[in-house]
Ligand binder design. Structure first.
Ligand code: IPM
Ligand code: MN
Length: 340
């Protein structure tokens, strides 16, 4: 298209349907005319089971140097107990999020036709490097009747503020700028007060953004009964994890939900991945829904400055009204390519 050098993209297809939806997303990117140069990274459950490798510091540094990372899904099949919980989550996904300082997890949702959230359009801005995910805590007297397990939630002024600022920047671009802080300030009073105060203080700089607050339990009800009320939701790492699965279900299914793990300062490559998992039960059947991966690719192109192609792909996904179950992966991609 242009004479600009191709974007260098690290591709982690991963496990299960991960490689299938990633290949589909790359096909759409290329059809949109964007030049990319891909480098595959063999990481995930299959790799771990083969040779015990998860992610070392050298590979992490290699990943940092790319323009972006596209990830399909990682994880073993449900019921496969060969990999202890946490090995891949902490050793691979969270190691990349923390190590590359991907402090924003941006997850946009649009209620597809026939979903209970039909017509809704909002985004969750999830803090992605702190909270209970930070790993504070430990175990004492393991396995004894006096065992103690603690798991703290880390909330730094710095971490909360940069997340809240990003959320306001997203909110201010909406046709009706609004931002809702979701937390549990009535019980988690220490962290809750910090989050509320930061939203209040940063909000002064955004007088045109309507600011609201919901307790997380109430937000679960509103998300199901009245998702139209939301513009941008800003919340901590764990609440954001849970709410984004609920938001995915409400807006048509997790097969549509995209996510961007962002380092807005660009001190490391940002990572783009569908919210869904590896779905080993349908691997190889051609039935995987590629729309979440394609939408994640559109978010990636936006991050790479390919705004026009990103918008075209996002529009094609938006206008898609076929039956994913009937069309299958290849059929969905075919329809998207025709719309590009
Ligand atoms: C997600 C996933 C991850 C998370 C897991 C796999 C570590 O559920 O991206 O939402 O909890 O963040
Ligand atoms: Mn999750």
């Amino acid at each position: 298209m242009s004479s600009a050098p191709p974007h260098r993209v690290a591709v982690i297809g991963g496990d299960g349907i991960g490689p299938e939806v990633t290949a589909a997303a790359l096909e759409v990117i290329r059809a949109a005319g964007v030049e990319i140069e891909t480098t595959p990274f063999d990481l995930g459950a299959a790799r771990y089971l083969r040779d015990g490798f998860v992610l070392d510091d050298q590979t992490l540094e290699e990943l940092r140097g790319f323009d972006s990372i596209l990830l399909g899904a990682v994880g073993p099949a449900i019921g496969d107990t060969r990999i202890p919980g946490g090995v891949l989550e902490r050793g691979l996904l969270l190691k990349m999020r923390f190590g590359l300082d991907l402090y924003i997890n941006y997850r946009p949702f649009r209620g597809v036709e026939g979903s209970i959230g039909e017509g809704c359009e909002f985004a969750i801005v999830r803090e992605n490097t702190e909270g209970p995910y930070a790993g504070e805590g430990g175990v004492l007297r393991h396995g004894t009747p006096h065992e103690v397990a603690t798991q703290g939630s880390v909330n730094t002024r710095f971490g909360v503020e940069r997340c809240v600022r990003y959320a306001f920047e997203r909110a201010v671009r909406l046709s009706r700028p609004r931002l809702t802080l979701v937390h549990k300030t009535n019980v988690l009073t220490f962290a809750g007060e910090l989050w509320s105060r930061v939203v209040r203080e940063v909000g002064v700089e955004y007088p045109h953004v309507e600011v609201d607050y919901n307790h997380v339990d109430a937000a679960c009800i509103y998300l199901v009964e009245d998702p139209q009320r939301y513009g941008v939701i800003v919340t901590d790492n764990l609440f954001g994890d849970i709410l984004s699965d609920l938001a995915g279900a409400v807006s048509g299914g997790i097969g549509f939900a995209a996510s961007a793990n962002l380092n807005p300062q660009r001190t490391g490559a940002s990572l783009f991945e569908p919210v869904h998992g590896a779905a080993h039960d349908i691997v190889g059947t051609g039935r995987a829904n590629p729309l979440a991966a394609v939408s994640s690719a559109a978010l990636m192109l936006e991050h790479l400055g390919e705004d026009e192609a990103a918008a075209r792909i996002a529009r094609a996904v938006q206008d898609f009204n076929g039956d994913v179950a009937k069309l299958g992966t290849a059929g969905v991609i075919q329809e998207l390519l025709e719309r590009l």
